[in-house]
Design a protein around this ligand. Structure first.
Ligand code: 4AD
Ligand code: MG
Length: 460
């Protein structure tokens, strides 16, 4: 007999004489002559209650079935007399797949701290909060694909192994098959004996390759894992995270912001609509008022202000920042959050940063000092999107590459895109985990990734 997902059983239109539910026990409660098994199968937040009466075949198999055990119950789906649920199962028979020893199974309490749960990340999906977080994450990913599909974008798959440092920040994980301490003779290329015969790393962004595809396919996006060996132990940085990177030919920085705003709103709306029960959990237990706040965010346009304006606002605020705001310096998280939370009280795009603090590929503005960048900052997090119009003029791009001391040979292909049929184009990168944090109100990136990889930690 086929298993009915709990989500389906709880939403059934009518009773059923026979149904089979598989799931994990959360928990078991005994009364005189019968037992309650709350079963959760991950299909939704809710559990279905199964009543096991003395005298049934299921009753005879209850021995050792406790919180955490995996079972399948066969029985009748009947209207529940209890409050809180419409349907329950009157068990006839049961298959026990796997017991969970109550002495050692760690998820006994109703609530555990996030810190404790990180130490058993492989079991987190069996809790209400993390089950909900991973379902929301899945829904958001699906929404991203739907959004781009509906808007005529091609989903492209850029390489994970790469030779170029897109962000030029030198934060790449090197990939090698050479044994540690392989001796290198003076003057010899250390990678000559390596797998690729040259230096290779894990990508920090698929942008450069996405640009090549955009200048052939028009509108493309990537959505894949990216890796950064940033030595920043913060609640917003992970060494492995997923990024969504659209790249569009014939567009400028304003079109780019419009696209970023519509994607963000589309994902928020979709998750609110399709994962209302999971969102309600975060609204009640993690971040009070979350759902109303998100609804408010999508109801009005995001704010926009230039970097220069942002610096002026920060200076005039009279606030004592740990790092004082100064023109020419990058915005710190404290500045970003102040702008979006206190000043604009909604997501804000900050545009036109000084060239020196941004990556080499951003288009130089007519002032010769700032670049056509746009970062989107959101309350509770700070930067969630980094994007720009790209430098499409070959001479300007080549000059910048040289100026920064980068090796022009490494960027030959990238420059070819300007050499042959160049055009205006723009794109951005949306950090997917930061998006999920924003959606759920979770304030640590470690709690929206299955097995977070951060400085000094790569468990499982
Ligand atoms: O601003 P970033 O570095 O931009 C780029 O990589 C561009 N090449 C993207 C593009 O234009 N196609 O990163 C983009 C976003 C950030 O705004 C942030 O949300 C996320 O990626 N991000 C991280 N998320 C988690 N952990 C980290 N260490 C992150 N670094 C960046
Ligand atoms: Mg950035």
């Amino acid at each position: 007999m086929l298993r009915t997902p709990v989500a389906e059983a709880l939403g059934a239109a009518s009773a059923a004489s026979e149904i089979r539910i598989g799931g994990w026990v959360r928990p078991r409660r005994d009364a005189k002559g019968f037992s309650f098994l709350e079963l959760n199968d991950g299909s939704c937040l809710g559990n279905i209650q199964c009543i096991v009466d003395e005298g049934t075949a299921a009753w005879d198999k209850l021995e050792g079935v406790n919180t955490g055990a995996c079972v399948a119950v066969t029985g009748e789906l009947v209207e529940s007399p209890g409050k809180g649920q419409k349907w329950e199962v009157r068990a006839k028979d049961m298959t026990v797949f796997g017991l969970a020893d109550p002495e050692t199974f760690p998820l006994q309490k109703k609530r555990h701290s996030d810190e404790f749960l990180r130490t058993i990340a492989h079991l987190r999906s069996r809790t209400n909060k993390y089950g909900a977080a991973f379902r929301i994450r899945a829904e958001a990913a699906h929404a991203v694909h739907d959004f781009f599909y509906q808007n005529g974008f091609y989903y492209v798959h850029t390489p994970i192994l790469t030779g170029s440092d897109c962000e030029g920040a030198g934060e790449m994980f090197r990939v090698t098959t050479l044994p540690l301490n392989t001796p290198v003779k003076p003057g010899e290329n250390p990678y000559a004996q390596d797998f690729f015969g040259k230096e290779c790393s894990l990508t920090v962004s698929g942008q450069l390759e996405a640009e090549a595809l955009a200048l052939g396919l028009g509108k493309v996006y990537t959505f894949g894992p990216t890796f950064r060996a940033e030595n920043s132990n913060t609640p917003r940085h992970a060494a492995e995270f997923w990024m969504i990177e659209p790249e569009v030919a014939f567009t400028d920085i304003n079109d780019n912001m419009d696209l970023a705003e519509s994607l963000t709103c589309f994902v928020i709306n979709r998750v609110l609509e399709r994962r209302a029960d999971d969102m309600d959990l975060f609204d009640r237990f993690v971040d009070k008022g979350l759902v109303d706040r998100l609804k408010g965010m999508v109801a009005q346009p995001f704010a926009r202000c230039s970097y220069r304006e942002a610096i002026d606002i920060l200076k005039a605020s009279g606030k004592n920042f740990e790092y004082p705001a100064k023109f020419g310096l990058d915005l710190q998280t404290e500045h970003e959050r102040f702008l979006t939370e206190q000043i604009f009280k909604r997501p804000v795009f900050v545009t036109d940063y000084p060239q020196e603090i941004k990556a080499f590929y951003m288009r130089l503005n007519d002032d010769g000092k700032t670049v056509a960048a746009a970062d989107c900052l959101v309350p509770g997090i700070g930067e969630i999107i980094g994007g720009s119009q790209r430098e499409e003029r070959l001479d300007v791009l080549e000059a910048r590459i040289k100026e920064l001391g980068m090796n022009p040979e490494d960027y030959k292909y990238y420059c070819d895109l300007r050499r042959y049929g160049s055009c205006r184009h723009a794109g951005y990168g949306l950090g997917f985990e930061r998006m999920v944090m924003y959606l759920t109100g979770v304030n640590n990136i470690r709690d929206v990734e299955l097995h977070p990889r951060t400085v000094g930690s790569a468990d499982f």
